[in-house]
Design a protein around this ligand. Structure first.
Ligand code: PAF
Length: 282
């Protein structure tokens, strides 16, 4: 499939406008590039719900903290474009930082989603979700998609975007995409490539620990015990743990009544911070 790469907002708008005048539905997959099979599965998901698929590649400075990996975040535009074309994407939007933030990132109008941004990832990465909501709102205005696909691996990000879409009445249907995993269970992520050869097999402990958390709850154990045991198992495996938590789907602390739950982990192995989650019913 031929892929057009747009680096100019008026070109992007002209192309999408022409599709809309033909009555075509537009699907959207926002990314920060360095694409892997997980991203391509989101393109395929969007394609099922739309006639044309747009992806964006933009490493967004406003969602990185001062000591995070913005400068070294892997940038692989040629491979990304080739993979997107194979996955069935028609249009790649690659804005510059100046095009995205004409007043600079310090002068940008910011979004802030209350509540769900303040816990877990939000507590450990202050300002991160403000940056995500800020750029996703801009991307939605630029692309004006009918549907947009986001991975379930970034569970809390999806919750933040869902809140924003509802609160600001964006006429966009969100499509959550399942997490793709390596053979040993490690969730696919661009950050996995930071892992050394020695760390890589150890990283699968995150997924095994999530499964153990689910089994602990199924066995009737107290949530606090299950969380503490998960954190201890990760620490023994050499991780520095930010959180190992079991939450209700809206990320609040659940009561004891049966119902849907999500186990979430964020932990650092060496210099690589990994996140993952597992949804289940208690
Ligand atoms: O999930 C990501 O890759 C990013 O957070 C997103 C949604 C593209 C915003 O920069």
């Amino acid at each position: 499939m031929a892929l057009w790469i747009s680096t100019d907002l008026s070109d992007l708008r002209a192309r999408i406008g022409a599709w809309k005048r033909e009555g075509l539905r537009v699907g959207f997959v926002p990314t920060m590039g360095n694409l892997h099979a997980g991203h391509f599965s989101l393109v395929k998901l969007a394609r099922k719900h739309a006639d044309k698929v747009v992806a964006s590649v933009f490493v967004n400075p406003t969602q990185f903290g001062p000591n995070e990996d913005f400068a070294r975040y892997p940038r692989t535009p040629e491979a990304d474009a080739a993979g997107l074309a194979d996955a069935g994407c028609e249009l790649l939007w690659m804005p510059s930082v100046d095009a995205m933030y004409p007043y600079g990132s310090d002068g940008a109008v910011r979004m802030r989603v209350p509540g769900v941004t303040e816990v877990l990832e939000g507590a450990h990465r202050p300002g991160h979700f403000d940056g995500v909501a800020t750029v996703v709102a801009r991307l939605f205005h630029q692309v004006q998609p009918d549907v947009a696909a986001f991975g379930r691996k970034d569970y809390q990000q999806l919750a933040v975007i869902r809140y924003m879409v509802r609160d600001l009445a964006f006429p966009i249907e969100l499509l959550p995409g399942d997490t793709l995993r390596e053979g040993d269970g490690l969730a696919m992520s661009s950050r996995n490539q930071y892992l050394s050869a020695e760390e890589r097999p150890r990283a699968a402990l995150i997924h095994r620990t999530l499964q153990a958390m689910r089994e602990g709850i199924a066995a009737g154990r107290q949530r606090a015990d299950v969380e503490a045991q998960a954190a201890a198992a990760l620490a023994t495996g050499g991780f520095e743990v930010d959180y190992a938590a079991i939450r209700a789907p809206d990320l609040t602390e659940p009561d004891d009544a049966p119902g849907p739950r999500v186990a979430l982990i964020a932990a650092r192995l060496g210099r690589t911070r990994l996140i993952d989650n597992l949804e289940f019913t208690a």
